[in-house]
Design a protein around this ligand. Sequence first.
Ligand code: SAM
Length: 237
Amino acid sequence: MTIISNYISYTTNKLRQIRRKLGAKLIDVPLQLNDITLMGGSFFDDPKELVLNLIHKSAARIETDDQDYPNFFNTNVGTLELLTKLIEEFRPSVVVETGVANGRSTRQILSAFKQFELQNSRLISMDIDSNVVKADLRENEQFEFRLIDSPIKFKIEMANIFYCNIFYHDSDHSYSSQMMEYETAWEILDPENGILISDDVNWSNAFRDFCKKVNRSPFLLADCGKFSGVISKPVWR
Ligand SMILES: C[S@@+](CC[C@H](N)C(=O)[O-])C[C@H]1O[C@@H](n2cnc3c(N)ncnc32)[C@H](O)[C@@H]1O
C-alpha cells in the first residue's frame, strides 16, 4: 500500500506509525498553508505583528463570494490534483461524479478535459439540487447533469449511462449511501481501465467494507484532514 500524505505534520507522524506497522510506503507532499485552511485571510508567525495588523486593519472584511454551499463542501486541493492526474493518465471517455455543490470538482474535471485535449470526453454529474448547474456548466458541451432524488433514481441513471471509466463519489457520505453508490458504480465501471475514487472515505466504514467485498487494496490520499480513496476495477500486475 502507498499512502500519500499532504496533511499537517501530526497526521504525517501518525501515518509514519501506520507505515511502520503495515510496512507501507509513505510519500510526503509539501503543502501551502492556504491549502490546509482553505480560508484565505492573513497569516502571521509573530503574534505581536498579528495584533498590530488586527488593530490597524480591523475594518477589512473578508471578500464575499457567491457560493451557494460552504467552503468545506468543496473538494480539497489534493483530491482535485488527483482527479486531474487520473484524467491525464487514463484519458477517460466517460466520467461520472455524484455531488456538485459549488462545482469545484466538476470544473476541475472539465478543465482537465480541456488541458489534455480530450474533446470527446463527457462528464456526467449528479446531484439532488438542480441549482448547482450554473450558466458556465450549462453551456459546456462536455457536461451533462442528472437530477437524482432517490437511490432508485441513481441506479436507473447509472444503468442508462451503462459504462464509465472514472467514478467520483462526493455526495451523501452516510454508510448506506456510500455503499450503494460504490456497488452501483462498480457494475458499470470499465473492466479494463475503470477507476473508483471516493472523497471522505473516513466518514463511514463503507469504503473499507466495499474494498474487502471486491477484494481490492485501497490507495489513500490524506487531504487536509480527510481521506480520499482510490481503487481500480482491473487487477494490474
Ligand atoms: C460535498 S458537496 C460536493 C462538492 C463538490 N464535489 C465540489 O468539489 O465542489 C455534496 C453535494 O452532494 C449533494 N448530495 C447530497 N446528497 C446527495 C445524494 N444522495 N445524491 C446526490 N447528491 C447528493 C448535495 O446537494 C451537495 O451538492
